[in-house]
Design a protein around this ligand. Structure first.
Ligand code: SAH
Ligand code: SF4
Ligand code: F3S
Length: 441
């Protein structure tokens, strides 16, 4: 199984593994040894989609006929194109959308079939098989109702559905007792979680209590649903990481409105101000799109200046990509691809120097780090970890076990990666008490 796209796909791939293992399958590393190969796909940009199809064609090609593995397209491209994939790509045998994974064992047995369409379930009763220890993902809601005008996600993931809190808490409690050090609550639009009267801030508070001893994060938040209540809950719960990914998409009100984002530049900046006031040093990241239809040079400058004004620790920058069936794909004022690319590289240039400056400013600081596991670079053994702000930290040699918290002294950095010395192991409580040292950039 190969997994592309966002963390929802990573989380879904754990569900797929759970379903297939209970049906008697096991995962092998070499596709040559597999009876079935699965590619969990992303459709968010054209490039992601082309890559997924290319990979499947490669995996299913060559061998032909008897003995060739069954090739399965899972995820968002499967939902987007459905059974037409079977007609257009002879190398593809099975197409299965994000809500239909329960049918996988049956579909693989049938050999050539398609299952798409949405379902209200949350894969209750499936035990996910995880491979990300000591970090874990817990899906709290599926789907998206926002219909940003450029975005395919609501079309391939369906309407928002929130999972009952009792199920979420049970999963969290199991993870913590198995030694997981980090829990990320997942949803396309995680802070619009709503189950009965229960909203996201209350859920976060409950998870924080249940997960005492582990770090808690959540992704992705929509700026419109970032309430004062949520900011207050984050700042009150000590094991909730002082870190938030808050996609802005553009710095121009005219473009934000054409994107159907539901907030203005000033409104967004106000949320950033509130977050920083409540949690000084909070790590901030964002997504931004360059070259949306109708984006003038002036609009673009507003995006560039927003990056400079906020000084995000990290930004994921994309050039606009048309997605068939979305309103933006038929808007006037399409921007030539060369201009999109040129604007994208200007944004990247700005952000690169901000990220570098933020990283350099951490040199000499001591902060808690969750050990993720061993690594190696050019044959040298390393140990990798993450800070509460989600920065990558690398120690020389084999230092501590995955899942442990340590105090690190940060040295030099390369982009988002910091080289550090291990000062001492931290008791879990002590890690959370060292709240001053949580301040990052
Ligand atoms: N639900 C999340 C993630 C959506 S996809 C959110 O609302 O933020 C992740 C990112 O991909 C988006 O934030 C956006 O910046 C980018 N994206 C989505 N559709 C795109 C498109 N058609 N072209 C370019 N970038 C796109
Ligand atoms: Fe796409 Fe907007 Fe939904 Fe995010 S909030 S998944 S960008 S439609
Ligand atoms: Fe891609 Fe689907 Fe996620 S389109 S971004 S994998 S929800």
């Amino acid at each position: 199984m190969e997994v592309y796209g966002c963390q929802m796909n990573v989380s879904d791939s754990e569900i797929i593994r759970g379903i297939l293992e209970s049906a008697g399958y096991r995962q092998v590393d070499d596709p040559g040894d597999a009876d079935a190969v699965l590619v969990v796909t992303c459709a968010v940009r054209e490039h992601a989609e082309t890559r997924a199809i290319g990979r499947l064609t490669q995996l299913g090609a060559g061998t032909g006929g008897e003995g060739r593995p069954v090739t399965v397209v899972c995820g968002c491209v499967a939902q987007e194109h459905g059974s037409s994939l079977l007609e257009n790509y002879p190398a593809i045998d099975i197409v299965v959308g994000p809500d239909r994974y329960l049918e996988l064992p049956d579909l693989i047995r049938r050999g050539r079939a398609s299952a798409t369409g949405f379902s209200p379930h949350h894969y209750e009763g499936v035990e996910p098989v995880r491979k990300t220890f000591p970090r874990s993902f817990v899906t709290v809601m599926r789907g998206c109702d926002n219909f940003c005008s450029y975005c395919i996600v609501p079309h391939v993931r369906g309407r928002e559905r929130s999972r009952p809190a009792a199920d979420i808490l049970r999963e969290v409690s199991g993870l913590v007792s198995s030694g997981y050090g980090e829990i990320t609550l997942l949803g396309q639009n995680v802070n619009s979680y709503r189950s009965g009267e229960l909203r996201f801030p209350e859920l976060l508070g409950m998870v924080s209590r249940e997960a005492r001893g582990a770090w808690v994060r959540f992704v992705t938040s929509h700026p419109r649903d970032l309430t004062d209540d949520l900011v207050e809950t984050m700042s009150r719960c000590r094991n909730v990481c002082r870190q938030i990914h808050l996609p802005v998409q553009s710095g121009s009100d005219r473009i934000l409105s054409a994107m159907n984002r539901g907030y203005s530049r000033a409104g967004y900046l106000d949320k950033i101000r509130k977050l920083r006031e409540a949690m000084p040093g909070i790590a901030l990241s964002t997504d931004m799109i360059a070259g949306f239809p109708g984006e003038s040079e002036e609009d673009f400058e507003l995006s560039a200046s927003l990056l400079e004004e906020v000084r995000f620790d990290q930004a994921f920058l994309f050039r606009y990509s048309e997605r068939a069936g979305t309103p933006a794909a038929s808007m006037e004022g399409s921007i030539p691809v060369e201009v999109r690319l040129e604007r994208l590289s200007r944004l990247q240039e700005i952000q690169r120097s901000i990220t570098r400056a933020c990283s350099a400013a951490l040199s000499g600081r001591e902060m808690p780090v969750l050990i993720i596991g061993p690594g190696a670079k050019r044959g040298l053994l390393q140990t990798q970890g993450r800070t509460a702000g989600n920065r990558v930290v690398v120690f020389e040699g084999r230092q501590a076990e995955a899942g442990r918290f340590v105090l690190a002294r940060i040295g030099s950095s390369d982009g988002w990666t910091h080289f550090a010395d291990l000062v001492r192991p931290l008791g879990t409580e002590e890690g959370f008490e060292a709240s001053e040292s949580w301040r990052e950039c």
